[in-house]
Design a protein. Structure first.
Ligand code: FES
Length: 61
């Protein structure tokens, strides 16, 4: 499933970017070598970053 239709970035690619250290949507775009265009995907990316952080915090408890 695509998170970013403008740049063709899939959900698994966003997760890989987050796992590689991306903590902001801009870093996900940089990781993929592209730029935000319409920015409709930014909220979903932020949500995925937050969910990943929560999962890591939960795992660390
Ligand atoms: S959907 Fe990602 S920039 Fe448009």
């Amino acid at each position: 499933m695509y998170v970013c239709n403008c740049n063709g970035i899939r959900e698994r690619e966003v997760r890989a970017a987050i796992d590689a250290g991306a903590s902001r949507p801009a870093e996900i775009f940089r990781h993929k070598g592209c730029q935000p265009q319409c920015a409709k995907c930014v909220c979903e990316m932020r949500q995925m970053i937050d969910e990943r952080r929560e999962a890591l915090a939960y795992a660390a408890e």
